[in-house]
Design a protein around this ligand. Structure first.
Ligand code: HAM
Length: 419
């Protein structure tokens, strides 16, 4: 007999750890909902072209990391490696951009990248993201950054740092790009990197290798090449963040791994996570709509990695609130009691009280063991003699005290005693 295991780079979420993931998704989405972001869900796969055009032909995501497939009908699809291109595609397709602007949307789901798996880097991972589309306003960039800050704060994380940069716009970036290329062409670099200089020189700044970094000390920085409009925009974002009490570090080398960014870019990093330290990231993408065939639609957004946020919580020793467990556990003795108590459990649940049942016809001893293990406050125990008198035994599993309760009064009694 063979048994199967999950594919490389993936993992299953099972209780109780799975509860932490739900808590993280909830903590990230709650501030978004309060700020007027509506929930959007898009398919798990899209036309390959959407990502090659949107995310960028020269990015690692598109050249190396996409799970692509050709359908029997010959359509080229890709499992979504990220959410922004899909959300924008959906907004355009549904004409949301013709209504009130900005269109504010949030999403939560699975994403797929064929990366080399390691701690914090998976081939199937989970993000919660937000996009605000159709408006160019530094306050919108600041709003999104602050909503992420609030989410991390609500989770109790203290060691998340915010890195901030501006990547300029179509006015100043091309000039900077040429200046950077000129500088990079003069360095001692391998063939692959030299090719990258011609296609995507900004990515070279992000090269992690020591030998490359050493040569980049005097590289021209976007910060020193921003046009007046970009400079002023960035100053306003910084001022708004400062006024709101958000701490950030200016990081002129922050380039991000997707090609659609313009102006504001940011990343949230956690130092307890080793090399995969980015717990979330995002920025402005004023040109993306046009890149995928839409009208001009300046937009900004982010995605926070749920998996890495869970790792960050673990690194800081934070356990989110314990999941709701059974408050009452029913222990029937005999067939008749099984039927009656099954009814009691159903009634308790309908009354909003978490209840569970000793399934599998266990004996008294085993059933009580299950009751104790369940973490329930009360056990409802009934045998034939109890049922003849239309009563049950209500046992307080904390104090050990036991009282007889009328069958018809179980729900009320439990409710009162749970406070
Ligand atoms: P990203 O930086 O590629 O941005 O991903 C956002 C976050 O997803 C990362 O910071 C990380 O926490 C998590 N993540 C990415 N790849 C993996 C992986 N292989 N394993 C585990 N976690 C991972 C985006 O995806 C953009 N769409 C964000 C955005 C939205 N920009 C504008 N709007």
């Amino acid at each position: 007999m063979t048994t199967f295991s999950a594919p490389k780079g993936t993992y299953d979420l099972t209780p109780p750890e799975s509860e932490t993931f739900l808590a993280v998704r909830e903590a990230i989405s709650a501030p978004l909902r309060r700020a007027g972001y509506g929930y959007i869900e898009t398919p798990g796969f899209e036309h390959v072209e959407l990502f090659s055009r949107g995310v960028g032909e020269s990015t690692d995501i598109v050249t190396k990391e996409m799970y692509t497939l050709t359908t029997k009908g010959g359509t080229e699809l890709a499992l979504r490696p990220e959410g922004t291109a899909s959300v924008l595609r959906a907004a355009l397709q549904r004409n949301l951009h013709r209504g009130a602007l900005p269109v504010k949307l949030w999403y939560s789901g699975s994403y797929y990248r064929y990366e080399r798996p390691q701690a914090g880097r998976y081939r199937h991972f989970s993000q919660v993201g937000a996009e605000a589309m159709g408006t160019e306003d530094p306050a919108l960039d600041a709003e999104l950054v602050l909503l992420a800050v609030d989410a991390y704060r609500a989770l109790g994380l203290r060691e998340v740092r915010l890195l901030l940069n501006s990547l300029g716009d179509q006015e100043c970036r091309p000039k900077y790009r040429s200046a950077l290329q000129e500088f990079l062409r003069g360095l001692d670099l391998d063939e692959d990197t030299r090719r990258r200089i011609e296609i995507n020189p900004l990515r070279v700044l992000d090269d992690k290798r020591e030998a490359v970094q050493r040569q980049l000390a005097d590289a021209p920085m976007m910060r020193d090449h921003l046009c007046e409009a970009c400079k002023s925009y960035h100053e306003q974002v910084r001022d708004l963040l400062t006024a709101a009490g958000a701490e950030f570090e200016d990081d002129p080398r922050l380039v991000r791994g997707l090609d659609y960014y313009t102006r504001t870019t940011f990343e949230f990093v956690h130092d307890g996570l080793g090399s995969q330290s980015a717990v979330g990231g995002g920025g402005r993408y004023d040109g993306l709509s046009e890149m995928i065939g839409g009208p001009p639609l300046p937009s900004v957004g982010w995605a926070l990695g749920v998996d890495r946020t869970v790792l960050a919580l673990r690194a800081e020793g934070i356990a989110p609130e314990a999941p709701a467990r059974a408050e009452v556990f029913a222990v029937p003795l005999g067939e008749e009691a099984r039927r009656t108590l099954f009814g009691v459990v159903t009634e308790l649940r309908r009354a909003g009280i978490a209840a569970d049942f000793a399934y599998g016809g266990k004996g008294m001893k085993n059933a009580m063991k299950s009751a104790n293990r369940s973490g329930a406050r009360f056990a409802v125990i009934a045998g034939e003699r109890d049922l003849e008198q239309r009563t049950v035994q209500l046992k307080d599993l904390e104090s050990g005290g036991q009282t007889e309760v009328e069958l018809d009064a179980v729900v009320e009694t439990v409710r009162r005693r749970l406070g």
